[in-house]
Design a binder for this molecule. Structure first.
Ligand SMILES: NC(=O)c1ccc[n+]([C@@H]2O[C@H](COP(=O)([O-])OP(=O)(O)OC[C@H]3O[C@@H](n4cnc5c(N)ncnc54)[C@H](OP(=O)(O)O)[C@@H]3O)[C@@H](O)[C@H]2O)c1
Length: 249
């Protein structure tokens, strides 16, 4: 039993170091204010998910024109005069490009549940999104990632670092690193938003955001609704353009 625990801890430490090393560092780009004002045409990827649904609702409340990119339109269950639904799959480039035309910005809350074997859903999907953004001249990309990778490796707290990430999420996080690398190497105005562990509680409106957020010891939480609020603020706020930022209560 003791030997298994020691092996697990060594594996967890090695994985954390690998997740930290894989993300390249790139100096933040100069902030670019595009003067769009408060009403924009935004494409929400992963719109039927927990964060995605919040993004759609809150973006509509803010007066944006929203295109929800979904695999199953019936799952969305939101109707609004300024909401358009685009059916597609991030792995199918043509469907991503079709949804991309005419947008000002992309909000990505892509995620999946294929935890236990290698996948490239996040990275392949993000590659297609970035390619379509370039093809359609869409300049701004707000991408939901996670604490636990890059310079935030280990910052989901000790239980996640020692058990949850190494035992449940190694493949997911490995692809997450590839995803972040693609975003960081792209030419768009990007912000990588790294939330801590998510829940579905109501928004508090009061949360912390900083490049070095999260604890190496204690787990933290944040509501998906607050993450969506922060992501939407990044549409018009240039402070974090070209950087990865953690968010937590
Ligand atoms: N759970 C946590 O504690 C936590 C913490 C930090 C970061 N995150 C990350 O935050 C992000 C959002 O998490 P969440 O739990 O709010 O999202 P989620 O409920 O898992 O939703 C994921 C969304 O991605 C969509 N999607 C998956 N594969 C797709 C594909 N091939 N083409 C198009 N759409 C696809 C899903 O569509 P369907 O509805 O059709 O499946 C769904 O709309 C994820 O990347 C997650 O890893 C999670």
């Amino acid at each position: 039993m003791k030997i298994i625990l020691i092996i697990l801890v060594l594996y967890a430490i090695a994985l954390t170091i690998a997740l930290a090393r894989k993300a390249p560092h790139r100096p933040p780009q100069k902030p670019i204010s595009r003067g769009w004002g408060n009403r924009m045409r935004v494409l929400v990827i992963g719109a039927t998910g927990g964060t995605g649904r919040e993004l759609v609702r809150q973006a509509l409340d803010l007066g944006h024109e929203v295109t929800a990119f979904v695999r199953k339109p019936t799952k969305l269950k939101i109707a609004h005069p300024h909401l358009r639904v685009a059916q597609g799959n991030v792995r199918d480039y043509a469907s991503v490009e079709a949804a991309m035309r005419g947008q000002n910005a992309v909000l990505c809350a892509l995620g999946h549940k294929r935890f236990f074997w290698p996948t490239r859903i996040l990275s392949e999907g993000t590659r297609n999104i970035l390619r379509a953004m370039k093809a359609c001249n869409v300049p701004r990309f707000i991408c939901e990632s996670s604490l636990g990778v890059g310079n935030a490796a280990g910052r989901l707290g000790l239980p996640a670092t020692l058990f949850f990430v190494p035992l449940v999420l190694p493949f997911y996080f490995w692809d997450r690193v590839r995803q972040e690398k693609l975003v960081e190497e792209s030419d768009v105005d990007w912000v990588i938003v790294r939330p801590t562990t998510l829940n579905n509680q109501p928004a508090r409106g009061n949360y912390r955001h900083a490049p070095n957020l999260g604890s190496f010891i204690l787990p933290t939480r944040i509501a998906r609704a607050d993450v969506a609020d922060f992501m939407l603020k990044q549409l018009t706020d240039d402070d974090y353009v070209g950087s990865a930022v953690g968010v937590a209560w």
